[in-house]
Design a protein. Structure first.
Length: 384
């Protein structure tokens, strides 16, 4: 981004205090900095940019305008895909290889339209493909309400949809997300937040940071960036890492494990169906961004080898999912079954996944429930 940021990253890499560095490929110092970073041992990622104007081709808007345009579907899919391809190509041409991971400047990589373009482009790469940063599972324990709210606002920009679509493609995602704060308070405040983040972090989590070595008068965050560098590079950080038994892994060691792929079929943005699932599938289901599960296969239908609904529901609750058991006989769906299924779709938080033996029964229930609701709406309008 600038020479102060580049210098701070390199010094912290030498001290073993960073695992990776995200590269803004259109920034004025990228080419010079990338050559130095290539030998640092850090994982190097593409910091996908659509909001910082360096005179580059492709869509570029202030963050609020870009978010609005993304959600109103005013960003041309072809232009977004071309911009992702161009930035990936610039990274490869400069560094000499594909990025280890991809994240987004101001978290734009998870927005509608951008995430689909990113997943399409990354999906073309041979394995191991670049992994993607997941901002949708923030670790907020011990943080004040204003910072918890900020972390969840970032997540709400589209993290669950990105995670769900990425896992459906077998792409790897990072774990929990830390490092969200208000960029105020100097080194003392940052050290306090760091204590809370390290106390809450788990294996595979990513802690976002923004250090710089020295001032930059053009950077509004320059003073706080220097405060971050002071904390990250200091003895207090070493003490905190030891106290919380946290180690910083570098390069290839910092990559997340390959994602467990779930076999499911999305029928809408907030609903999907799947063949028979078991208790061990509930955690990956939650990780994929689902919030509720409906079991439509009666217990014992498949013999002794079929997982029991009570075991699946217990595992679902432990994973943070809402779970409902609505047994429906294959080939004998009744109007009462459809009405109950429609009720569950309205009652449960989405996205919702329903499963049976093959997924066909759930698909028929969903389609019938939608027809029932559509018919009810038409009747209400005709009476009005």
């Amino acid at each position: 981004m600038n020479v102060s940021v580049d210098a701070g990253i390199l010094v912290l890499a030498e001290r073993g205090r960073l695992s990776g560095a995200s590269c803004l490929v259109d920034g004025p110092t990228f080419e010079a900095g990338a050559r130095r970073l290539a030998g640092s041992g850090l994982a190097l990622g593409l910091h996908l940019n659509f909001t910082e104007d360096f005179g580059q081709p492709g869509p570029c808007l202030p963050l609020s305008a870009f978010i609005a345009s993304a959600y109103l579907r005013r960003l041309p899919a072809q232009a977004l895909r071309a911009a992702v391809e161009r930035q990936m190509r610039r990274f490869e041409d400069t560094v000499g290889r594909a990025p280890d991971y991809v994240d987004g400047h101001q978290h734009v990589h998870q927005l509608p339209g951008v995430r689909e373009a990113l997943l399409e482009v990354v999906g073309r790469y041979p394995a191991p493909r670049p992994w993607l940063r997941d901002a949708g599972r923030p670790r907020t324990a011990g943080l004040p309400a204003r910072l918890r709210a900020k972390a969840w606002v970032i997540a709400a920009l589209g993290a669950s949809s990105l995670r769900r679509q990425a896992r459906a493609r077998g792409l790897r995602m990072s774990g929990g997300f830390l490092g969200v704060y208000d960029f105020q308070g100097g080194a003392a405040a940052y050290l306090g937040w760091m204590r809370r983040w390290l106390a809450a972090c788990r294996d595979g989590d990513v802690l976002m940071c923004h250090p710089a070595l020295g001032p930059d008068p053009r950077d509004a965050l320059s003073a706080q960036r220097q405060a971050e560098f002071e904390v990250l590079g200091g003895d207090a950080m070493a003490d905190l890492l030891a106290r919380h038994h946290v180690s910083i892994t570098m390069g290839a060691e910092s990559a997340p494990e390959p994602a467990m792929t779930l076999s499911y079929h999305a029928l809408a943005d907030d609903f999907a169906v799947a063949p028979q699932l078991g208790p061990d599938d509930m955690r990956p289901l939650a990780d994929a961004g689902f919030r509720s599960v409906i079991i439509n296969r009666p217990d014992g239908e498949g013999g002794a080898g079929q997982p029991r609904s009570e075991d699946v529901m217990r595992a679902a609750r432990e994973a943070g999912l809402e779970a409902r058991y609505q047994p429906v006989v294959s080939g004998a769906i009744t109007s009462a079954d459809v009405a109950e299924f429609s009720h569950l779709l309205h009652e449960l938080p989405g996205p919702v996944l329903a499963f049976c033996r093959s997924g066909a029964r759930c698909t028929n229930l969903y389609q019938a429930a939608r027809e029932l609701e559509h018919h009810g709406t038409e009747q209400g309008q005709s009476k009005g």
